[in-house]
Design a protein around this ligand. Sequence first.
Ligand code: NAD
Length: 493
Amino acid sequence: MSVLETNIARATDYMAKFRQRGVMNHINGESLPALSGQTFESISPVDLSVLAQVARGAEADIDAAVAAAKAAFPVWSKMPGAERRKILIKVAEAIEARAEEIAFTECMDTGQALRFMSKAAIRGAANFRFFADQAPGAEDGQSLRTPTQMNVTSRRPIGPVGVITPWNTPFMLSTWKIAPALASGCTVVHKPAEFSPMTAKLLVEIAESAGLPKGVLNVVNGFGEDAGRRLTEHPDIKAIAFVGESRTGSLIMAQGAKTLKRVHFELGGKNPVIVFEDADLDRAVDAATFMIYSLNGERCTSSSRLLVQESIYDRFTARVAEVAKRIKVGHPLDLETVVGPLIHPEHEAKVLSYFDKAREEGATIAAGGTKVGDKGCYVAPTLFTKATNDMAVAQEEIFGPVLTAIPFRDDEDALRLANDVQYGLAAYLWTNDLNRAMWMTDNLEAGMMWVNSENIRHLPTPFGGVKASGIGRDGGDWSFDFYMETVNVSFPR
Ligand code: NAD
């Protein structure tokens, strides 16, 4: 048996329970079908076979999950942070113990390559550890004395919260939201993405097996327009942490308005990687290609716009095209694979439509631009050159392994092009000129910038975007600020 065949057999074993019983909702510690009895199919991006039937939760299921989260809140929120920490560390350990199962399931459910997903499970555990360690001090505030008053400021968990996640790296992203919510003392109703529901169910089962009390974390599968909408409108849900498309963020803001929902949005991106002629070009080629062709390009912080100084544009883009053509596209469980199948035929059709748009708009396809094979959702790593910033391929989030390269003249021109887009999540800058780096990073419209580096995440730093890329920040203490209310008590003196 080849390594790939062994991996497929292992993944098939891991997913047997989902094939046999379906992906159920998880409410108050119980695996439940949707109250309506309805299901929908989860499809393998590898060959479009049906992986499992998924409970199609809707209003009644959300109501039951919110009731469970509300009932669990008084106990969980009053538990000392040090106790919550112990449980959440056990959750991290339990995730590590089942890392292979999580990674294999995630690969088959999303099409993401194993070489990246094996790290995603471990990063999920790291998220739990990091936020668990802050649980004991989460309520701490400050005291401020005046001649007439003593003020005591502290924080308390906001209440049951809703977490709504996308399909691209669902396990890691869910832990990134759920771990700080739980560490803060909130209880959670999670609505995972309909395209990749499996690892959310694994997470809640793992968490409960590690000692998380029933009702503290609940999962309702289903579609945005019914389950998602009800969660955002529910009066007992005090805040919504949402990761997904910018236009869905607008809908959620409107849906949550009536109940004055606190919202935290991590939305789309069209992130520039800006390469100046004085940069270390070998490293810049590696980083630019890694940031768009890893994780299938289905990554909010992918460097999907390559802005290159005119003097090196042809040379640099030729090197990127060479790398793109060499990238292995294949089965997600093949250890050599870098680009696996895109999540779903609908998303594949969207990505393929940009190949036609690029041609119509007059860009050159320097690499890729085609579907790969006739089974599954595989597309070739693609590079568009001779593009201009007004083209759809330069403005719209494609969310695939597709890079658009645009030349620029000088610093002002690079900055103008970088900022001339609705999004502002991340930016990557390659230059050895410190003054230029300072001027550019002072003026770039992005929530996160990396100078002479690909995206390396450090959990205590803030994560989030400006403009249409988001509202609020995650990471460090920023996550706790979102999931907690700050209150002040004044005493006379
Ligand atoms: P999406 O917005 O279509 O769906 C995300 C989630 O929202 C799903 O669970 C969906 O069911 C739910 N939803 C849809 N409509 C809803 C509604 N009206 N009310 C409540 N919930 C609703 O996004 P997607 O296609 O799953 O994911 C891709 C997007 O996610 C991309 O735009 C990507 O950039 C973004 N993303 C952002 C980050 C970040 O950190 N900024 C990270 C990952 C992905």
